[in-house]
Design a protein around this ligand. Structure first.
Ligand code: PEP
Ligand code: MG
Length: 829
């Protein structure tokens, strides 16, 4: 019988590195040889090698076979049939491409200064200003050498050295940086890569053997029809450069590249490691000739907020090397040889961007509270100690969930007690005296750990995971508890247990805590015996016996991700039932109400640490429910605090009570939308739209700044399009009215809240009209909802401005509020 099974690839991005490494792990459990053949192109690969699998170029909807040869073929076939049909489709998530191919119309306020622009592809947003510096390409052929006697040793030493340094780097990194370094670790340990080099070493130098394998793999990848797979070439090149430099330390390829002033770097190929080596304080932007949106260098650039553009060749910019340039990725352009007007345009655009981020930052550092002064702790979820300082910088008032299982993953053995102590202590020290909730390892089930050899399960979410595995891995659990208790000497630590469903379980945990405390006392170790103990409320059974849990624990944190899936019986990772997965289900809201009320009656506090906490639309309900703390990913904190300060806690309470009475999710959503519309209402005239005194040199600058300000205060979501609408009117006739006044105006779809903006300039400017210079600008940007108001306001204003007394009064107003009051009265608004 032929040991072969056939499938269709349903992964949207095909079998790229992430799904390939999942498949490789499953195949690796068997002794038999397993090969994958892509039936579209005939490419066949060893299924136990990630690189070989990636090289088959298996894309969405490709049919492929798995063939088995060896003793345990039957078991392997059975397991892989189940795996490919049920689990493989969910092992990938949408790639964060973020490339925006939508073309942007360049603003007139820039174009009218006749800039010299090169257009590129937008990869990481932002605007940068700096000296253009070229990154020299590394020619791998520099390493070509003759074979020596000790090639195997040379290669093995280099391999060991690079692996060690990558592992050290990975242990210190977090987020995207960690993921990318981990991907490089898997490349350097990949069977195809290593075996290929070793085979070549028999008749080649280390350098030539590495180069031959790199050539072979990159040729294969470059033929892929998937841009994502082609972009992996840079990762292979990156690992190869690291191996070659380790193997030949005496060969100088001049990789030293030090930035000495604010710079924009242009490079044909910049590997992730080369990017990480650049000084991020000085790096103001990147121009990459070949990079695509999913290149790891670009993913890193986004993580470090470095504006990045691609599709521009170094030779197009040779004249600009060593001179000051601007890179505006929001517009997708590089501006070389900028004249004064262009410089003023970009400097203002940079300033507007900075103001926006400062505005957010201002919220980050404020205490989270509602408009009526009710405080609620806004905390951060982290998975790695190195994330903590950044989380506090982004405004976290505590760590509401430290997912420690990440410390146990992607390694060959568990971290020991002392290693864990180091991580927990690092977070507690970064937190100073703020609360840090350390959740004990939530591993097993859907978070497999190879070295624990946990069984494959049909239903991992309901299976052997979290607190349920602790009795079998008691030494591991004790080591973690000991590490937390010891670290707790250095800060405000709390212990939280995941997946608790019964009183028996928490009583068992408490017995274990007592055992380790006794051990630590006997050993004379310093530790904190009074660390509060809490549980995740993520299994519905807990919601019914919160009163009994209050006798056992100090606090609760609702895990909305799991609670939603268990309460509604909807797999949180299954796309086919994703429509049913919704935490706005009235049943969920009533559960929330029940847990918070009961816990509060017994003097316990309740937080929430699932994804729901970061959803700004749902925030009024979470406040209304009376939660004491909400924990979320750190980048969401500032925006959440900003939304929170506009909410009234009593209104939220009423809203939550109404939501609990809604029969359907749609009713809850409608309730929320209605409440948001009332809450978001912004008046037509407001001091936030007055710019006085204003220092502008040209009409272009005035319009850029006034429209930019509308973006800053949240009145438009698309300042560029709104500006285009304003200029469209100016093209027909200039809006200068004489006597120093101008009324630029538009009725536009691009203004969210209709606005009248005012700028009183220090110096009159040329309004490019026959009516002379202008020093007082009243800009009308009205949306469709305002209907015929647009022309009514315009003509009323124009009529009033004929009168000198009105003009004098406007010019003489003492402050912004006086201007607004006057216009409100005169325009009858
Ligand atoms: C949750 O279930 O809501 C939760 C926060 O835990 P995790 O997402 O790690 O399961
Ligand atoms: Mg959970």
């Amino acid at each position: 019988m032929k040991n072969q099974i056939q499938f269709r690839c349903v992964l949207p991005n095909g079998i790229h590195a992430r799904p390939a490494s999942h498949l490789e792990k499953v195949c690796g459990q068997f002794q038999c040889q397993i090969s994958l053949t892509n039936l579209r192109n005939g490419n066949t690969a060893d299924a136990k090698s990630v690189l070989a699998l990636v090289g088959t170029d298996t894309l969405l909807d490709d049919d492929f076979t798995l063939s088995f040869d060896g003793e345990d073929s039957q078991q392997a076939m059975a397991m892989l049939t189940d795996y490919i049909n049920n689990e493989f489709p969910h092992c990938d998530e949408a790639l964060d491409t973020q490339a925006d191919d939508e073309s942007v119309t360049l603003p007139q306020s820039l174009l009218r200064h006749q800039p010299i622009l090169l257009q590129g592809k937008r990869l990481a947003p932002g605007i940068g200003k700096g000296v253009l510096v070229g990154y020299r390409d590394i020619d791998l052929n520099t390493f070509v050498t003759d074979i020596q006697n000790d090639e195997v040793t040379r290669f093995e030493q280099a391999h060991f050295q690079v692996c060690t340094s990558l592992e050290q780097a990975a242990s210190k990194a977090s987020g995207h940086e960690k993921e990318i370094i981990t991907a490089h670790i898997s490349i350097i340990n990949d069977r195809t890569f290593i075996d290929g080099i070793k085979e070549n070493l028999a008749s080649n130098s280390t350098a030539n053997a590495i180069l031959a394998v790199v050539e072979q793999i990159t040729t294969q990848l470059s033929q892929s029809s998937s841009a994502y797979l082609r972009e992996r070439i840079l990762d292979i090149r990156d690992v190869a450069i690291q191996l070659l430099t380790a193997a030949y330390p005496s060969i100088d390829i001049n990789t030293d590249f030090t930035l000495t002033e604010p710079s924009i770097v242009i490079a044909n190929d910049l590997t992730p490691s080369q990017f990480l080596g650049l000084d991020k304080e000085l790096l103001q932007g990147l121009i990459l000739t070949h990079a695509g949106s999913t290149s790891h260098t670009v993913i890193l650039a986004r993580a470090f907020n470095i504006p990045t553009l691609s599709g521009i060749e170094a030779k197009q910019c040779t004249d600009a090397i060593n001179s000051q340039i601007y890179l505006d990725v929001n517009l997708g352009v590089v501006s070389t040889q900028p004249n004064e007007g262009v410089c003023r345009y970009f400097d203002r655009a940079i300033a507007l961007g900075k103001q926006l981020s400062e505005k957010q930052h201002a919220f980050a550092s404020q205490q989270a509270q509602t408009s009526d002064g009710k405080t609620i702790e806004i905390a951060a979820n982290i998975a790695c100690s190195i994330e903590a300082p950044a989380a506090f910088e982004k405004g976290a008032e505590g760590i509401g969930l430290f997912r420690t299982e990440m410390l146990f993953m992607d390694r060959s053995e568990a971290p020991g007690e002392d290693e864990q102590l180091g991580y927990y202590r690092e977070v507690l020290e970064a937190a100073t005296d703020k609360s840090v909730i350390i959740r004990t390892m939530d591993i097993g089930g859907d978070k497999p750990i190879d070295y624990l050899n946990l069984p494959q399960e049909n239903n991992p979410f309901l299976g052997y995971r979290a607190v349920r595995i602790y009795p079998e891995f008691l030494a591991l659990f004790h080591a973690q508890l000991r590490a937390i208790l010891r670290a707790a000497v250095h800060g405000n630590a709390k212990i939280m247990i995941p997946m608790i469903q019964s009183i028996e379980e928490i009583r068992w945990v408490k017995e274990q805590l007592e055992i380790v405390k006794k051990q630590l006392t006997q050993e004379g170790q310093a530790f904190n015996a009074d660390v509060p103990l809490g549980i995740m409320v993520e299994i519905p059974s807990v919601a019914f016996i919160v009163d009994q849990f209050c006798q056992e624990v100090d606090f609760f944190s609702i895990g909305s991700n799991d609670m939603t899936q268990y309460l509604l019986a909807v797999d949180r990772d299954n796309a086919s039932v994703a429509k049913l997965y919704n935490s706005l289900a009235p049943a969920f809201l009533r559960m929330l109400n029940q847990v918070v009320q009961t816990a509060h009656q017994h003097g316990r506090w309740v937080g929430l640490c699932g994804e729901l906490g970061a959803d700004a639309k749902v925030l009024p309900l979470l406040i209304g429910a009376g939660l004491d703390e909400i924990s979320m990913s750190a980048p969401k904190i500032a925006a959440t605090k900003a939304t929170l300060c506009k909410l009234n806690s009593e209104d939220c309470k009423v809203l939550f009570e109404q939501a609990c009475q809604c029969p359907t999710i749609a009713d809850v959503q409608a309730l929320l939308e209605n409440a948001a519309a009332i809450q978001e209402n912004k008046p037509l005239l407001a001091t936030e739209c007055v710019m006085k005194p204003a220092d502008f040199a040209s009409k272009e600058e005035v319009i850029q700044a006034m429209v930019g300000n509308l973006g800053l205060v949240g009145r438009t979501d698309n300042a560029y399009k709104l500006e285009e609408d304003v200029w469209a009117r100016e093209e027909v006739f200039s809006t200068g009215l004489g006597h120093g006044f101008a009324i630029p105006h538009t009725k536009s779809d691009n203004i969210r809240h209709s606005s009248i903006s005012i700028a009183h300039l220090n110096q009159p400017i040329d309004w490019q009209s026959d009516s002379g210079d202008v020093d007082f600008i009243i800009m009308l940007t009205l949306n469709k909802a305002q209907g015929d108001q647009h022309m009514r306001i315009f003509s009323t204003l124009a009529r009033k401005l004929i009168h000198q007394s009105f003009r004098d009064q406007l010019r003489a107003s003492k402050d912004d509020a006086e201007i607004i009051a006057m216009l409100e009265k005169e325009l009858a608004i």
